[in-house]
Ligand binder design. Structure first.
Ligand SMILES: [Zn+2]
Length: 81
C-alpha cells in the first residue's frame, strides 16, 4: 500500500460456503467443501479464494465465474433418432 498498491476490498461473506460452479450455498465438512447440488468438491480455503477472485472486477476475464460451466453442460446432441 505504501508503494501505491490499491487493495481491492471484497465482502468475504459466505465465500467458503458457496459452490464456485453452480452458486449453491453449502456447508463445508471440516476442511472440505462438497456441493450437494453439482457434486463439486475442493478444499474450503480454495473455494473461498476462488469465490473472492470471481468478485474482483480485475478477475472477471478469467473463466472462474459462478455458473460458467452451465452453458456447455446444456448443449445436447440434436438430430439423433
Ligand atoms: Zn455446485
Amino acid at each position: 500500500m505504501e508503494l501505491g498498491f490499491k487493495p481491492e476490498m471484497v465482502d468475504a461473506k459466505n465465500t467458503s460456503r458457496t459452490c464456485p460452479m453452480c452458486g449453491k450455498l453449502g456447508r463445508p465438512n471440516k476442511h472440505v467443501f462438497k456441493c450437494r447440488k453439482c457434486g463439486f468438491q475442493a478444499d474450503r480455503h480454495l473455494v473461498a479464494a476462488w469465490n473472492i477472485a470471481t468478485r474482483l472486477p480485475m478477475c472477471r476475464p478469467l473463466p472462474l465465474a459462478a455458473k460458467a460451466l452451465n452453458e456447455p453442460l446444456e448443449i445436447k446432441v440434436k438430430g439423433e433418432g
